[in-house]
Write a protein that binds this ligand. Structure first.
Ligand code: SF4
Length: 245
């Protein structure tokens, strides 16, 4: 090996050791969540608004928030938005929805993921709302969780977006990013929700999901995040990130 090659090799090694040291120091440092949220708020106007938030802002109707949440599970935002619009042209209340057959609903919401199961779920939810909640969407987490097909993510989103009540909706973006920051150290979204409920200042509960979903779709993607364009890069220890741009 020539002297030049040895020098280049040493420089590369030193650079990677420096990067590793910076990450170790950042990992030990507590994440400044106030600064992180402030930076994400400033950057957010350039990102797409998550579809359920958009529907909540336009309709201000917990029923439409609930149904669009169901449609959004395992489905891209563009598909959810178009399917929601088609369905809400036919029905925007439980009683109206029950006038539709499962096949009508399937046709309206296709091609959302699991459209047959979701059509059946929507009808079952509407029956339950009429039978047990006087036709209204309940504004209580435990009551929402009794509805067919409604898990913690949907229930929290209905509370926050449908009623403006406190809740923390943890989806795949919120779970992944909160762990990359080292703000929580959890294995699954349910554990992340509990950790965030203990740790995240209540002032951020309502917007945390919106900010992190838009951020996760635009910058901090699951594979190869855009760390070079990231507004919180100096604050982030990038835990678990093996490849970035
Ligand atoms: S994009 Fe990179 S630097 Fe930014 S939050 Fe995600 S992992 Fe951290």
């Amino acid at each position: 090996m020539s002297g030049g090659d040895r020098g280049l090799g040493r420089r590369r090694q030193t650079a990677s050791q420096n990067a590793a040291t910076i990450r170790r120091v950042q990992r030990r440092r507590r994440l400044d969540i106030d600064e992180v949220v402030a930076r994400l708020r400033s950057a957010a106007p350039g990102w797409n608004v998550p579809v359920v938030t958009l529907i909540a802002m336009q309709s201000r109707d917990p029923f439409q928030v609930l149904i669009s949440c169901i449609l959004s599970l395992r489905t891209r935002d563009e598909t959810t938005g178009a399917a929601s619009r088609r369905l809400f042209q036919l029905a925007t209340a439980p009683q109206q929805m029950l006038q539709l057959s499962a096949a009508n609903i399937e046709r309206a919401i296709y091609p959302v993921g699991f459209y047959r199961t979701k059509a059946a779920s929507i009808l079952e939810i509407c029956r339950a709302l009429l039978d047990r909640f006087a036709g209204k969407v309940p504004d209580d987490l435990d009551a929402l969780l009794t509805l067919n097909g409604v898990g913690r993510k949907t229930a929290n989103l209905v509370l926050t977006k449908g009623f403006g009540k406190p809740g923390i909706c943890v989806d795949t973006h919120v779970h992944r990013i909160s762990n990359r920051w080292g703000y929580v150290s959890t294995r699954d979204p349910a554990a992340t929700e509990m950790a965030l409920r203990r740790k995240l200042p209540p002032a951020y509960w309502l917007e945390y999901n919106d900010l992190l979903v838009a951020f996760g779709q635009t910058i901090c993607m699951p594979i190869s995040p855009w760390c070079s364009r990231c507004p919180v890069a100096e604050l982030c220890p990038r835990l678990g990130v093996t490849r970035s741009r």
